[in-house]
Design a protein around this ligand. Sequence first.
Ligand code: DGL
Length: 273
Amino acid sequence: MDTPFVFIRDDLMIGVFDSGIGGLTVVRALMQHLPKYNIIYFGDTARTPYGTKSPETVIKYAIEDAEILIQRGAKILVVGCNTASSVATDVLRERFDVPIFEVISPAVHMAISRPNKRRIGIIGTRATVNSGVYEYKIKALRPDIEVYAAPCPLLVPLVEEGWLKKAETRRIVKKYLHPLKLKQIDMLILGCTHYPLLKEIIQVKIGKRVKIIDSSEALSTSVKDFLQNNPHIADNLKKDGNCQFYVSDVTEHMRKLAGKILKRIGKLEHIRL
Ligand code: DGL
């Protein structure tokens, strides 16, 4: 069912968008850290994946996604998608007058805060890895750290297929992580919405001594700190723990995947683009 355009002025929420359903890992982390805050989510399931597209296309989509959320009452915007965070954050910040969080910087800050970790690996979509944003941000703060990035394009479809524990998935994860293992990384950033769902396999394949950083966890801590330090914004946000989920296309498979990620989910409402 299409949702009519509504803007309820006093229902001000934290808005999260992603290229699809994977960004619900970010919502899951936000719900854990900020259980009272109302969240509005938009997943661009009609145009997913973003990770294989050009920066120009991802920027165009990200602007439209942000508009959808802001029109419906998002007062803070979280770019849940690593790919969109990598290429579209600057444009979004120029264009929209709300605090905008992306998932890259919090993970970078968490990673560099460990002084004994000096060889950081990053995995993400091709677009995220090609953007070089993680390397750029890490090197700007800690030039002494060695950074190695590996694109893992098959992991998104495997997660979407629900192949979270299959032998094939384990083999592919092992193959993708092999170059990072050879570099003897001591920390690994999960730079994609879908990878937290493969965290156990990733930990086994990369080795127990490698510390894994989940960008959705890092982001949630940073949003929580921001709200604590900015009561004039926090006080205006609605806090009855309600979440609304919108998508640009909806299938039974998406509903199941959403349920798997969040454990509980109400309606996935369809917005026609
Ligand atoms: N949400 C994307 C990301 O975090 C992964 C899926 C896609 O390629 O659209 O990079």
